[in-house]
Design a protein around this ligand. Structure first.
Ligand code: G5P
Length: 228
């Protein structure tokens, strides 16, 4: 019998959540659920939540909790048969509490990356909106400058990666993240699931995350086998 595995990945803008999530999804077969992608899909579809979210993202602010939980929790309810990795949620204590009520997590990954590294990365990030492919002009540049590798279509810089919005995003993250970390350290149900990784390079963090998840997933599956 195999048991489902549920994880979250948290970290400031530019900490590598998306990059690491792709590697986790690819290596471990978890569904990658990105809160940022859900928000952007809703903005593109001009849903009521999307129109509201856009006004916050433009200013580099978090989307209000009631909007985020309304977008995210129904998506999780559709995923009851799958193992998943939730990228970018929770961001606030209220979101952590809502998620805690909705499901049991196995692992919470926390990325701790220096501020200067974050600013440097995000200033150089460009995306291909139709596919969501992300480039960094230094770390993983496109083959042709300004063009998507697969389609050749133009790349754009997201509004919230522009310098004014960026500084506000990083500052705001710090204020709201600490209670979330404390929540995972102190709440009885979540005790022992938080793992923090600190470095300036994703490629140095990745092997440690990969080892952690290999160990956790095989422990959970062998526990499930013993119980059945
Ligand atoms: P998102 O989309 O969740 P952010 O701001 O949390 O956005 P972001 O900016 O997408 O997160 P990330 O996923 O942590 O960053 O990082 P990434 O995209 O993998 O890497 C950033 C860049 O660095 C990329 O260009 C990558 O190639 C490069 N890179 C990675 N590793 C390295 C490395 O080792 N070296 C170098 N040189 N480069 C590297 O959310 C967007 C907005 O939606 C709202 C908020 O307004 C948010 O700002 N939102 C929410 N609001 C409230 N609550 C929530 N739960 C919300 N979720 C989203």
């Amino acid at each position: 019998m195999s048991k489902l595995f549920r994880a979250v990945i948290m970290g400031p803008p530019g900490s590598g959540k998306g990059t690491i999530s792709e590697r986790i999804a690819h290596s471990f077969g978890l569904k990658h659920l990105s809160s940022g992608d859900f928000v952007r899909e809703n903005i593109a579809a001009k849903t009521e939540a999307g129109v509201l979210a856009k006004t916050y993202i433009k200013k580099g602010l978090l989307v209000p909790d009631h909007v985020m939980t309304r977008l995210l929790l129904p998506r999780l309810e559709e995923m009851t048969k799958y193992s998943w990795l939730l990228d970018g949620f929770p961001r606030t204590l209220a979101q952590a509490e809502a998620l805690n009520s909705a499901c049991d997590l196995d692992v919470a990954i926390n990325l701790n990356i220096p501020l200067e590294t974050l600013k440097e990365r995000l200033q150089h990030r460009w995306i291909h909106p139709p596919s969501g492919r992300v480039y960094n002009m230094c770390f993983n540049p496109p083959h042709v400058q300004g063009k998507d590798d697969i389609t050749g279509e133009p790349l754009i810089q997201q509004e919230d990666d522009r310098p004014e919005a960026l500084v506000a995003r990083l500052r705001h993250y710090k204020d709201v993240a600490k209670p979330v970390i404390d929540f995972y350290k102190m709440t009885e149900k979540a005790k022992g699931i938080l793992y923090t990784f600190s470095d300036t390079e994703t490629d140095r963090i990745w092997p440690n995350i990969s080892t952690l998840l290999s160990t956790k997933i095989s422990t959970i599956q062998s526990d499930a086998r013993c119980a059945s």
